[in-house]
Design a protein around this ligand. Structure first.
Ligand code: GDP
Ligand code: MG
Length: 326
């Protein structure tokens, strides 16, 4: 059974799926744009022709699926059309959904779970350029963990931008987290030191570290992150348990190139793709996995505290294609 049929079954009752509504709402723009175009061309053509393929290709590229991903996808689609003797474009809707899913999964075991520490504090380091949503994401994750009954510590190591430390402090108060950071302290590694010391002494469950991601100077950034990692490792040998790169989905291919650069600078274990609700090009989720080879672990689907979801490809596909699936 393909993903299309499986989703049809499991999402029949929307209320049984906790985050499905969030994806539904957050992907409205992409659905209105990309998916409706997809439906349009499958209706417009009565036969699958070269022109049809060209138009489909363009729609996929416009949705920020990435050129390489689209090429791979088109090859597979052409193969299937040939092998299965498909002539009617409307028959392709299900196959397109299936193939997008297959490209994402790529025969791998998808690791979208956060790697929590077996014992002691779980340390998560957040990197990414200014404005992508690091601080907001930290607040959202803190809110989720606190809801689970965890003790959360936020560490304000973005000492570069004026106001960044204060912003995190406000989120700490709002979410019921504890905060470590000092606006006057300019050395991020020493803030991290204070944070980790407190986390160990006071038995925190989760430590969320906010950093300044200045890509302008790669060598400096690399050194700074090395120093931070060393401080963390001195307190907890296998930490950080996650280094999450935050990327703004509305920046499209630029976000992909940020991911490639950060990957050279430090060991990224997962991606948080924010502002999916703000783009009509939500296909970027698929491109990132395919082109950068780092799993998307969270997606931001709005500005509110609850608008963050552990990324789930099935819910994503459902959010995109729900009108076709129903
Ligand atoms: P930082 O510089 O990386 O720490 O970015 P911030 O956390 O300060 O976020 C920058 C802006 O992006 C803020 O106005 C946030 O409300 C907004 N933002 C963050 N995540 C999302 C999201 O998932 N959806 C939307 N629509 N806005 C978001
Ligand atoms: Mg920030």
């Amino acid at each position: 059974m393909g993903i299309f049929d499986r989703l049809k079954k499991s999402f029949k009752k929307e209320e049984v799926v906790e985050d499905a509504k969030l994806y539904d709402k957050g992907l409205t723009k992409t659905r209105d744009n990309f998916v409706s175009k997809l439906v349009n061309i499958t209706n417009k053509y009565s036969k699958i022709t070269e022109e049809f393929f060209m138009e489909l290709e363009e729609i996929l590229i416009m949705a920020d699926l990435g050129v390489n991903t689209v090429m791979k996808f088109m090859d597979r689609l052409r193969d299937r059309v040939k092998k299965e003797h498909i002539e009617d474009p409307s028959m392709l809707k299900e196959i397109i959904v299936d193939e997008l899913f297959i490209i994402y999964v790529n025969n791998e075991i998808i690791v979208n779970k956060i790697n929590y520490a077996k014992e002691g504090p779980t340390v998560i380091l957040f990197v990414g350029v200014n404005g992508v949503g690091k601080t907001t994401t930290i607040a959202k994750i803190a809110a989720k963990e606190i809801k689970k009954g965890k003790k959360v510590l936020m560490v304000g190591a973005d000492t570069f931008r004026a106001g960044a430390v204060k912003q995190l402090n406000e989120w700490a108060e709002k979410t019921g987290s504890t905060f470590v950071g000092d606006e006057k302290l300019k050395d991020p590694a020493s803030v991290v030191y204070d944070g980790l010391k407190k986390a160990k002494e006071e038995n925190f469950d989760i430590v969320l570290i906010d950093t300044a991601g200045r890509l302008q100077n790669k060598i400096n950034l690399m050194k700074e992150l090395e120093k931070i990692n060393k401080v963390i490792g001195n307190f907890i040998p296998d930490a950080p348990h996650e280094t999450l790169l935050v990327i703004d989905a509305t920046t499209g291919q630029n976000g992909i190139s940020q991911a490639k650069t950060f990957k050279e600078v430090t060991n990224i274990t997962g991606i948080v793709l924010t502002k999916l609700d703000g783009t009509a090009k939500g296909g970027i989720v698929l491109a990132i996995k395919d082109e950068v080879k780092i799993p998307v672990k969270y997606v931001g689907l709005g500005e509110k505290e609850e608008d963050l979801s552990v990324f789930d490809i099935e819910k994503y596909i459902y959010g995109l294609f729900k009108d076709m699936i129903k």
